[in-house]
Design a protein around this ligand. Structure first.
Ligand code: PMV
Length: 312
C-alpha cells in the first residue's frame, strides 16, 4: 500500500478570509515556505466492503468530527473523479501540537495525493483539490516558496512554486509555547473578520501590496525586506481580528515578540503568527546561533525548506 508524505508550510503573506466558503476561494493571494521539519504521512485504501469512510490518526480511530471532515473531502474526490467506494484513511502526523503549525495543511495535501494516486493528477489539480480540504493545504503541494493565486473560481484558484534562485539560507524557528487547544478555530474567526471587521478591506488591499514587495525581496534574497514585510503582514492579519474583539496572543506570545524586537536592532530576525498563540521566527543560517541563544528557556525546532507532496 502506498504512503504519501506532505509537509506543512508557514505563510509569509497570510490567507485570512474566504470570498466563497464552499469553494474555499480567498479574498487575497498568499505566499508560504514549505517546512522540512513538519509533515504528515497518509495512505488511502478504497474498498467495496466499507459502508462508510474510516479514519485512523496516529494509531487510533480519529474523533467523529475529524472523520466527518475527512469524509466530506473524500465525497468531493468521489464527486469529481467518479470513484464509487468508501475508504479507510490512515495518517501519522509529524507536527507537534505545541509548534502551532496547522497540520491541516500537510494533512489535506497528503490526502489529496493519497486519495487520487491512480489518477495521476497534475500538481495544479492536486492544489485545487487540497484547497477544498483546507485553504493553506493548496500551498503544501509544492516545496520551497509557494504562491496561492486567489483566483475567481475553482479552476483559477491554485498554488504554484515561485520562480526564483533557491535560497536555502532562509530558515524558520518554531517556538514551542503552548499545547492548549487554540481559543477558537481559524475558519470561524476568518468568517467573523470578513463580515464584521472595519479593518478587513484594508487588510485585503495591503496584502496585495505586501505580496508584490515580498516577491521582490525573495528574488533579491533580501532578509531584511522579507522579514519586515512578513512580520507586518502577520500583525495586520491579527489587527483585523482584534477589531472584532478576538485575539490569539498569550503572555508568552508577547514575550517573544518583545525579545525579537530588541534583537532586531542588531540582527535580521522577524516573527510571524497564525491562528494560535505560537510564534515562528524567520532568519538566515548565519544568525541562527545568536537567535537561539537569545531564546534560551524556550523550546524550539528549526526548520529548513521542505519538498512538495510525494510518494514514499
Ligand atoms: O488553511 P486554514 O483554513 O487552516 O487557514 C490557515 C490560515 C493561517 O494559517 C492563519 C494563514 C495561512 O495562510 O496559513
Amino acid at each position: 500500500m502506498t504512503w504519501v508524505r506532505a509537509h506543512t508550510n508557514i505563510a509569509l503573506i497570510k490567507y485570512w478570509g474566504k470570498k466563497d466558503e464552499a469553494l474555499k476561494l480567498p479574498y487575497n493571494s498568499s505566499l508560504s515556505m514549505t517546512l522540512a521539519a513538519f509533515y504528515t504521512d497518509t495512505k488511502v485504501e478504497y474498498s467495496a466492503a466499507l459502508t462508510e469512510d474510516q479514519f485512523f490518526l496516529d494509531g487510533i480511530e480519529a474523533s467523529e468530527q475529524e472523520r466527518l471532515r475527512v469524509s466530506a473531502f473524500l465525497d468531493e474526490v468521489r464527486r469529481r473523479y467518479g470513484i464509487k467506494h468508501y475508504a479507510r484513511v490512515t495518517s501519522i502526523n509529524h507536527v507537534p501540537k505545541a509548534a502551532g503549525l496547522a497540520s491541516s495543511a500537510s494533512a489535506f495535501a497528503a490526502l489529496a495525493l493519497a486519495s487520487t494516486i491512480d489518477l495521476n493528477l497534475d500538481s495544479e489539480e492536486l492544489s485545487r483539490l487540497a484547497r477544498q480540504g483546507s485553504g493553506s493545504a493548496s500551498r503544501s503541494i509544492y516545496g520551497g516558496f509557494v504562491l496561492w493565486e486567489k483566483g475567481s473560481d475553482d479552476k483559477s484558484s491554485y498554488a504554484y512554486p515561485v520562480k526564483m534562485e533557491a535560497w536555502p539560507d532562509l530558515v524558520m524557528i518554531a517556538c514551542l509555547l503552548n499545547e492548549n487547544k487554540k481559543a477558537f478555530a481559524s475558519s470561524s474567526a476568518m468568517k467573523e473578520t470578513v463580515n464584521d471587521s472595519v479593518y478587513y478591506p484594508a487588510w485585503v488591499k495591503q496584502s496585495e501590496k505586501d505580496l508584490d514587495a515580498l516577491l521582490k525581496a525573495l528574488q533579491d534574497h533580501n532578509i531584511e525586506d522579507l522579514g519586515r514585510i512578513a512580520q507586518g503582514n502577520a500583525l495586520r492579519m491579527h489587527a483585523s481580528l482584534l477589531a472584532v474583539n478576538k485575539w490569539y496572543f498569550e503572555p508568552e506570545t508577547i514575550e517573544i515578540m518583545n525579545r525579537v524586537r530588541s534583537l532586531q536592532k542588531d540582527i535580521p530576525v522577524y516573527f510571524t503568527m497564525d491562528a494560535g498563540p505560537n510564534v515562528k521566527l524567520i532568519t538566515t543560517k548565519k544568525y541562527l546561533d545568536t537567535v537561539l541563544e537569545h531564546l534560551n528557556g524556550i523550546k524550539t525546532i528549526v526548520s529548513e525548506q521542505g519538498p512538495g507532496v510525494h510518494i514514499l
